[in-house]
Design a protein around this ligand. Structure first.
Ligand SMILES: C[S@@+](CC[C@H](N)C(=O)[O-])C[C@H]1O[C@@H](n2cnc3c(N)ncnc32)[C@H](O)[C@@H]1O
Length: 346
């Protein structure tokens, strides 16, 4: 559905069991999986202060404990096959699914490395008042098998923990409003959570895979921190949301305006004091300039408003155009130059 060959980012729309079967074995460095929690079964929860039924979609319905566990075994086995010998997998889930995931990992001979408690500082209240408020999700981190020599960027994690060993309790807020700007996924993970995971267990240019990609969070983090990524999502709308979020990351638009103080330019000719390099030298190297517009606005002395504007390459050219215009009899208070440059990822 999406392929960015420059950054090695791919999104496939389809069933992860089918697509994983088509990927060669031993080629993925790290996997993050956020599988269905099997909790959309008519229960209630609190959303935006209102009581609502838990219905995230058909994909989240329980098929019964045995069928759910069999599904977990199948996709975990498929992930284990594509992992490199030293590769690791992270799986996030609520209590509805995570015990089955942990058991299936043991059945498959994976090596359990850690279980992280992801603590949500502002969880929705428990409306029934018969349970504690659910405020955590567990993330199990496991290596392909007992022989794996897994990657752990210990020093970086220690630095991120303020110079102390990082603990397995991570307090990270739910996705920020800006992360849902392009559309909503009911179980979208925060970018900050994925960033920590990918930084902890992979190196630049490693291949990161997400078999339940949802809104593309893992691929976006991979793009941002220089990892290759492969996301699989069977729901078209969610996959398309992921593509939109990726495209949004790849486009950078900048504005640069330069104004001229009349006290400095009281005597003609006015001077162009804008940066001769434009702002191309400040843009990321993988971006390409696709559109540039340089426009000059003439501000009147009697009327403090734009009396004339023209697109031109230089101040001299703009003056010539102004002098040939019907406005040339009006006196000019100042000239403002604006430069718009649009950069796109190559
Ligand atoms: C818990 S959500 C993942 C959310 C994701 N982590 C994010 O940040 O947006 C699980 C996703 O898996 C997808 N899904 C469920 N079964 C699948 C399957 N067999 N193959 C591929 N995707 C599947 C669902 O459509 C859903 O979007």
């Amino acid at each position: 559905m999406f392929h960015d060959p420059k950054h090695h980012i791919k999104i496939y729309q389809g069933d992860c069991l089918e697509i994983l079967a088509a990927i060669p074995e031993n080629c993925v460095d790290m996997i993050f999986a956020d599988p269905p929690n099997f909790l959309s079964n008519g229960g209630i929860t609190c959303h935006a202060g209102k009581m609502v039924s838990v219905n995230k979609g058909q994909w989240d319905r329980s098929q019964g404990p045995d069928a759910n566990h069999e599904f977990n075994r199948q996709w975990l086995a498929a992930c284990q096959r594509v992992l490199k010998p030293n590769g690791t997998i992270w799986v996030s889930g609520t209590s509805h699914v995570i015990h089955s995931v942990g058991f299936a990992m043991q059945q498959l001979g994976m090596k359990l490395l850690n279980d992280i408690s992801w603590v949500k500082p502002n969880p929705p209240p428990n409306l029934s008042c018969r349970y504690f408020t659910h405020a955590t999700e567990t993330i199990i981190w496991a290596a392909k098998n007992s022989r794996s020599k897994h990657t752990f960027n210990y020093d970086l994690m220690r630095e991120m923990a303020g110079g102390k060993q990082m603990k397995s309790i991570w307090q990270i807020a739910a996705p920020e409003r800006a992360e849902k700007r392009l559309g909503k996924h009911p179980t979208q993970k925060p970018l900050a959570l994925l960033e920590r995971i990918v930084l902890a267990a992979s190196n630049p240019c490693d291949l990161v895979l997400d078999p339940f990609a949802g809104s593309g969070t893992t691929a976006i983090v991979a793009l941002r921190i220089g990892r290759a990524a492969l996301g699989i999502e069977f729901n078209f709308d969610f996959a398309w949301l992921g593509v939109r979020r990726l495209l949004d990351e790849l486009v950078a638009v900048g504005f640069h305006a330069a104004g001229y103080a009349p006290s400095l330019d009281a005597v003609l000719p006015f001077m162009d004091r804008s940066d001769p390099q434009g702002f191309s030298h400040r843009m990321a190297p993988h971006t390409k300039l696709v559109q540039r517009e340089c426009r000059f606005y003439f501000i009147g002395t009697a009327r403090r408003e734009v009396i004339y504007s023209v697109e031109a390459l230089s101040l001299e050219e703009a003056w010539q155009a102004f002098q040939q215009s019907s406005k040339s009899s009006e006196s000019v208070f100042t000239v403002i130059k604006t430069e718009t440059e649009i950069y796109l990822a190559r």
